[in-house]
Design a protein around this ligand. Structure first.
Ligand code: ASP
Ligand code: MG
Length: 373
């Protein structure tokens, strides 16, 4: 039994066309057991603006901002109906469900515990995004039953607001008692959100939906997790900040954790911990262009090198060098490096933050030429 977990981030579901693409990716592969959906692009930020108005005591403005978020999803829904050429009756039925689901967050403005309000607002973003994908999947032929499930039934956490810790032992016990986790239905659920022992909504930290996916994979003892994103995998540096990068077909759990905790945007730092023991591979690939290749995080080390920059003051550059290189000679021409230490192939460099990106680009360029020579 192959029971894959697929996870889609905000850029993969940013508009109606993207959602349709995601639904097709899910429908195409019968081995997918769980699809984890994160909020649509920028929605989590917008929900933070709703919250900040609420925090400032301006409930009216909070409501206006929340209406904007709802409206945005309504427009995506309308466009999906058009793309899918949906009959009016069918459209109305789903429209009513959308409206019913989206009236919930308002009740939370009446609560005293405002940090819980933020967790609940966050959950709305993941919820409505998973609803739109669920709706879309219903309109395309599928061999299996699809169930839209609340992730809070599966992801059990402690009660820390905004940075809840999953209670893995409890989750494993609980998962055994949930029949739909173990039949052949396809489960559609949300990332990022969980439930504390009192039954309140919690969240796993910004960008935490990757973590939800690997937790689900741990529960299902999945054969693989795929993190579908807007880049084709893990590169030697953030491809948005630099021209020529190396794309890594493989990297190890240890390397990926080192880069993620060093500030690489492609993975949430805690993502890998649930799957390392069972050696479940984590694939990172692009949902926008599926033919570009991918990265597999498992036990094989990366070829060449990789950098991650943490833009604090001063900046920390994390570096992995897996090819033959005289490090002392290589770094000699960089007086900007304030401190440097290597532990085997893993290095930490300190650079003053105002020039860190520029120096990192030069280091990357020089490593790139050395590696290719
Ligand atoms: N939607 C959440 C966020 O933007 C979780 C995630 O995308 O991973 O932080
Ligand atoms: Mg993400």
């Amino acid at each position: 039994l192959k029971n894959l977990v697929y996870k889609f981030g905000g850029s993969s579901v940013r508009d109606a066309k993207a959602i349709l693409r995601v639904a097709k990716l899910i429908a195409q592969n019968n081995a997918v057991k769980v699809a984890v959906l994160s909020a649509t692009y920028n929605t989590t930020n917008r929900l933070e603006w709703v919250y900040s108005a609420f925090e400032e005591g301006d409930e009216a403005r909070a409501i206006v901002r929340l209406e904007e978020v709802k409206h945005h999803h309504q427009l995506i829904f309308n466009e999906l109906c058009e793309l899918l050429a949906l009959e009016k009756d069918c459209q109305n039925e789903w429209q009513q469900r959308l409206v019913a689901e989206t009236s919930v967050p308002y009740m939370h403005f009446k609560r005293k515990d405002s940090l819980k309000t933020l967790d609940f607002l966050y959950s709305y973003g993941e919820w409505v995004s998973s609803f739109l994908v669920y709706f879309t999947l219903h309109q395309i032929p599928l061999k299996r039953k699809i169930l839209w499930q609340d992730a809070r039934e599966i992801i059990l956490t402690d009660d820390q607001s905004q940075m809840a810790e999953p209670l893995l032992e409890q989750m494993i016990e609980n998962a055994k008692t949930i029949p739909w986790l173990h039949d052949d239905s396809l489960i559609l659920t949300q990332g990022f959100i969980g439930k504390d022992p009192a039954g309140e909504t919690t969240t796993l930290g910004r960008e935490g939906s990757d973590y939800s996916a690997t937790l689900m994979a741990r529960l299902l003892e999945s054969s693989e997790v795929t993190i579908w994103t807007d880049v084709r995998g893990v590169a030697s540096f953030d491809p948005r900040l630099i021209e020529s990068v190396l794309w890594h077909d493989h990297l190890s759990y240890k390397e990926a954790e080192f880069l993620a905790s060093g500030g690489a945007k492609v993975l949430f730092p805690r993502t890998l911990s649930p799957v390392i023991d069972l050696k479940i591979p984590v694939i990172v690939r692009s949902s926008l262009e599926t033919n570009l290749g991918m990265s597999c995080i498992s036990e094989q080390n990366l070829k060449g090198f990789a950098l991650a920059l943490d833009n604090h003051n001063p900046s920390q550059l994390s570096i992995i060098i897996n090819f033959d290189l005289d490090k002392v000679a290589f770094f000699q021409p960089y007086p900007e490096i304030l401190e440097m230490s290597f532990d085997g192939n893993y290095g930490k460099l300190t650079i003053s933050s105002s020039i860190a990106l520029e120096v990192t680009r030069r280091i990357h360029q020089d490593l790139y030429s050395q590696f290719n020579s």
